[in-house]
Design a protein around this ligand. Structure first.
Ligand code: NAP
Length: 346
């Protein structure tokens, strides 16, 4: 039986990716779209300036965009995906959850809240059961689940593989992030062409905190964050899609062979969900890969690419890449939606 889903913030950069990824989905049927009051009441093709590289699905083009309000969407939706600006989402998502809707959200609000699962299905699927704590504490019939920031999710799979095999002590990471990460109203062409912006507001803090929650342990009542030190430096570069990151990691074990490190990443297990890649981490032997333009769509944009793996006196350095609006945003929420479905939360 199909699961009826809606998208909050359906006209933006991430909202458009949701629509693309939900087209022909085996389980989810798109039944409602919302955006700001300026877009509400218009057919989707008119409200959204479509920029994704496949045509708007014909049935979606004619759907009427609704207001982003629990009273404006059908009661029988099983799941909502959210790609609202966080300043809007912070109140609206709670209104929907209070009204009984289950929300899989991209927005950065509440990612660190003690009773909100921050989940990547391949990394910490057990954290989803924090929903029981959330429902007890907030009295909700609905639920709110988050996926991490696009720059965090790019580095977490290889780090989780290293943690499991060798133990993490310290992570230093520097990012080269695509312009689509800022959304359609993000950086202007005058700011970014022929340029690099060495600061992305709030991004470093997100990488430093979210990664410790994701890699933490859930004991059935609360999440104990991982005690690894994380230092991040974030840069906006003139690529369209795909965040590339350079990671320098101290491990509990020294003097590892490159092959041992690469094997730990290659063999890290995936999950059996419709939108998950067959292999979670692809490791390149070629030190010139991964590159954003060539590698961001591996595994339909859901695989994490790693390259340049080198052993260092205290651990390892490597480069990693993920598609920021697919694996880093809409695809991440979609996968969490599939996990919610598989675990009986819908
Ligand atoms: P975006 O392109 O600016 O789109 C924002 C969406 O929210 C649009 O549909 C917009 O509708 C709607 N919206 C704006 N104000 C609203 C209001 N007051 N009430 C209801 N709807 C409103 O942004 P985005 O890049 O898609 O990002 C969406 C969220 O995902 C953000 O929280 C962002 O931090 C997060 N995220 C983005 C990325 C990425 O790579 N871009 C990655 C991870 C997470 P209108 O068209 O009507 O204005």
């Amino acid at each position: 039986m199909s699961v009826r889903v809606g998208i909050l913030g359906a006209t933006g950069a991430v909202g458009q990716r949701f629509i693309q990824l939900l087209d022909d989905h085996p389980t989810f049927e798109l039944a409602a779209l919302t955006a700001s009051d300026e877009s509400a009441g218009k057919p989707y093709r008119e409200a959204a300036k479509w920029r994704v590289d496949t045509p708007i699905p014909v049935d979606v083009a004619e759907m009427t965009v609704r207001r982003t309000d629990p009273d404006a969407v059908p009661d029988d939706l099983d799941l909502l995906f959210s790609s609202l600006p966080s300043g809007v989402a912070v109140d609206v998502e709670e209104d929907f959850a209070r009204d009984g809707y289950v929300i899989s959200s991209n927005s950065s609000n509440d990612r660190l809240a003690e009773d909100v699962p921050l989940t990547i299905p391949e990394i910490n699927p057990g954290h989803l059961d924090l929903i029981e704590v959330q429902r007890d504490e907030r009295g909700w019939d609905g639920a709110l689940v988050k996926n991490p920031n696009c720059s965090t999710i790019t580095m977490i799979p290889p780090l989780a593989a290293l943690d499991e095999a060798f133990g993490l002590d310290r992570i230093n990471v520097s990012t080269l992030q695509a312009v689509s990460g800022g959304g359609y109203s993000g950086v202007t062409s005058m700011e970014i062409i022929d340029n690099v912006l060495p600061h992305i507001g709030g991004e470093e803090d997100k990488m430093e905190t979210e990664s410790r929650k994701l890699l933490g342990d859930f004991d059935g009542a609360e999440i104990e964050w991982h005690d690894v030190d994380v230092a991040a430096s974030c840069n906006r570069v003139p690529t369209l899609d795909g965040h590339l990151e350079n990671a320098f990691v101290d491990l509990a074990e020294d003097d590892l062979e490159v092959s041992e490190i690469e094997d730990a990443m290659r063999e890290f297990p995936g999950v059996d969900l419709p939108s998950a890649p067959n292999q979670l981490i692809h490791v390149f032997d070629d030190p010139e890969r991964p590159q954003p333009r060539m590698d961001r769509m591996r595994g339909q944009g859901m695989q994490i690419c790693v390259g340049g793996v080198q052993s260092t006196p205290h651990g390892v350095k490597f480069n990693c890449l993920a598609h920021n609006t697919v694996r880093g945003a809409a695809g991440a929420s979609l996968l969490n939606g599939e996990l919610l479905h598989e675990n009986g939360y819908l």
